[in-house]
Design a protein around this ligand. Sequence first.
Ligand code: ADE
Ligand code: ZN
Length: 347
Amino acid sequence: MNAPIRTVPAERLPELLRRMPKAELHIHIEGSLEPELIFALSARNGVAIPYASVEALRRAYAFTNLQSFLDIYYAGASVLLHEQDFYDMASAYLARAAMDNVVHTEIFFDPQTHTARGVPMETVINGLHRACLDAGPKLGVSATLILCFLRHLSEQEAFETLEQALPLRDKFIGVGLDSSELGHPPEKFARVFARCRELGLRRVAHAGEEGPPEYVWSALDVLKVERVDHGVQSARDPALMRRLAQDRIPLTVCPLSNLKLCVFPDLAQHNLGALLDAGLAATVNSDDPAYFGGYLNQNLTQTFAATGLTAQHAHALACNSFEASFIEPGMKRRYLDRVAEVFATFD
Ligand code: ADE
Ligand code: ZN
């Protein structure tokens, strides 16, 4: 039997949240591109961006919904051209994640954003992969890559992207589905995901961020995903909530993203606590931290402060983050032991 989790006063929760080891499972690497790095790469590569300064760019980060964000996010990524650019972007994220005691991360990348501009697939994957390899010895962080298909593009384009990436198959562990959700249901990519399953790739998909619970059902039943990214709209469907709880399907929840994209009117109304209390394997993640005002620990501390979550919730979130990861079982056990140790000794 595991020891019960001791009560921790609210003012000590930020320290506990900081100290607990954790995995981050929902981070778009292009969404970690800070305005300062966008400007540095713009100068280094001679790519013009339509903002006069870092401050002017930051001021443009006032979003009303997912699409209003995606328009700026794809524009920001246009400064990435060379393998070193992808390496520098991922290295900056990994160093920042290590400061939050992230010990493992599964990083999304959007190759179509880059190949559409003429950047070769191997430039993207090799740069990101080299940063992941270096993060182990340099930072004590294990990192893997998940290739995301852009759902506003066609099934045919997703198949072509998969073909281009397969020669580099050993450098990514799985596939995901992101970009504009409404009007692009998961079943549009049924055949691509079936092929990925045959190839032994891990599968995740954004569903139920802005889209209805039906999209979560089809991510599970048609795409056969192993995790749902966001999934917060599932709370509108009791039968879906029972399915997610019974099958322990992880949700990678991103509270500050939901706040900035107006999925919830304020953080106090976020349903993270309700998802956890209903027995779902919810995790907390930063999504696009450079755009949404916070890396992983800021997501945790702000959500805990706004919604009154407890040390029990913190423990569940840390354990869920490793259980939901695609790490091999022995390593998972070791990370979970490290979580247990921090909670047992925290006072
Ligand atoms: N791409 C980057 N961030 C995203 C999000 N929150 N939803 C869908 N696609 C994304
Ligand atoms: Zn996302």
